[in-house]
Design a binder for this molecule. Structure first.
Ligand code: SF4
Length: 395
């Protein structure tokens, strides 16, 4: 079993950082940065921070190195300070996703003693039973799958940790709850902790810009820190376009139809672009929708590549499966029932007022997102024709 000092090195976001490494945690950020960047640890820490940013910019799914020494604590704290002053949602989400995913994988390597200790440190009411409890059985034909675990977590803790993960199967009603505890495998608690760690990087920077500018100015007096910051922002500037482009989903070379997408799709794409988590229904909808528009497999996979729990192999399998089955995307009625219609928020006239059908000579509601695209494209083609005619008239 590891002691708390070792666990904090591996997981610097643990509350015990404050007590076990109080000399680090209690420092004012300026003194902290000054001390680090003038110490002999400086080069190693700079290199590791830069590697993490490069990993995030390269859109890979896991940190290429994650050393479990004391410098790991410094790297974590410096990352948070840099993200705080850069104050860029996309970048923060990207780092948050890759870092928290690595954390999840590290947690899954821990033995049960260490995990128990980590849960206690986070003040979670997690209990460990010597004998595993069978909490679910699946019987399909003559095969049966038995789920058992030694861990259970108080339902209040569970709800708090799962509050950002809105997938159906995480709802309390879909889990085994007995006497106020949710029976759960440690890897599922770790997945909840992945989200907890992800959120640590996403604290909104609400400081008024003059305060932030003053803080930055002071930090930039530390030459070594300024140099690292400049390197990171220069790489970001050069990669930004390409990075944001992962979400650009044109399916014919030179033709971008994303402008004709309805608000429900734009909202999900913008969440994905920012690296926010998508619930299962949103994932299915976007997948079926892009598939109906015959987007190539790799373009669809790329849309999911910025999500916190992205796994290329699994996503590729699901995309292939959906392509084979040819599912139809949800209708407006279903999307409204899932609270995924954003017509009002986007003040979209076509969604709110509908369109005039010349064929039937009636005003009709938009009943399906694909109909929305059809109407938009029809209107665009009309506009184009009109412009062409006007040009010819002038000639
Ligand atoms: S009305 Fe239909 S197409 Fe428009 S945002 Fe709502 S669900 Fe999407």
């Amino acid at each position: 079993m590891s002691d708390i000092y070792d666990l904090v090195k591996r997981y610097p976001w643990l509350p015990s950082l404050k007590t076990s490494y109080s000399d680090i945690a209690s420092k004012n950020p300026l003194d902290f940065i000054n001390e680090i960047f003038t110490s002999d640890k400086s080069n190693d820490i700079k290199r590791r921070v830069l590697t993490i940013f490069n990993d995030a910019f390269s859109n890979i799914e896991q940190l290429s190195e994650y050393e479990l020494d004391e410098n790991n604590i410094y790297v974590y704290l410096i990352l948070k300070i840099i993200l705080y002053i850069i104050n860029n949602k996309i970048l923060s989400n990207r780092i948050a996703n890759i870092y928290s995913k690595t954390t999840y994988n590290e947690l899954n390597k821990e033995n049960e003693y260490n995990l128990y200790y980590i849960y206690q440190d986070l003040n979670l009411e997690v209990l460990y039973d010597e004998q595993p409890t069978i909490y679910k059985k699946f019987v399909v034909k003559d095969q049966q799958e038995i789920f058992k675990t030694n861990f259970k977590i108080s339902y209040l803790n569970y709800l708090k940790l799962a509050s950002n993960l809105k997938d159906e199967y995480r709802k309390l009603v879909n889990n085994a709850v007995r006497q106020g505890y949710v029976y759960i495998k440690p890897e599922n608690i770790n997945r909840l902790l992945q989200e907890h760690v992800r959120m640590k990087f996403l604290t909104q920077n609400n400081e008024i810009s003059t305060e932030l500018d003053k803080f930055k100015e002071k930090l930039f007096e530390i030459q070594e820190f300024k140099a690292l910051y400049d390197t990171i922002t220069a790489i970001w500037e050069s990669k930004k376009e390409e990075f944001e482009y992962t979400i650009d989903i044109t399916f014919k070379e030179g033709k971008d139809i994303s402008e004709t997408f309805p608000p429900c799709i734009k909202e999900i794409l913008s969440k994905a672009q920012e690296g926010q988590n998508l619930i299962h229904t949103e994932r299915l909808f976007i997948l079926w929708f892009l598939n109906s528009l015959k987007y190539p497999e790799d373009k669809i996979i790329n849309v999911f590549s910025t999500l916190p729990d992205f796994n290329r192999e699994q996503t590729a399998y699901q995309v292939k499966y959906a392509m084979k089955k040819g599912y139809t995307p949800y209708s407006c009625k279903s999307l409204k029932s899932y609270s995924l219609c954003f017509a009002k928020e986007y003040k979209d006239v076509l969604c709110l007022e509908g369109y005039f059908s010349r064929l039937q000579e009636v005003q009709k509601d938009i009943s399906h997102p694909l109909k929305y695209i059809e109407v938009k494209q029809y209107r665009d083609s009309k506009k184009l024709k009109k412009t062409k005619n006007q040009t010819l008239d002038k000639k």
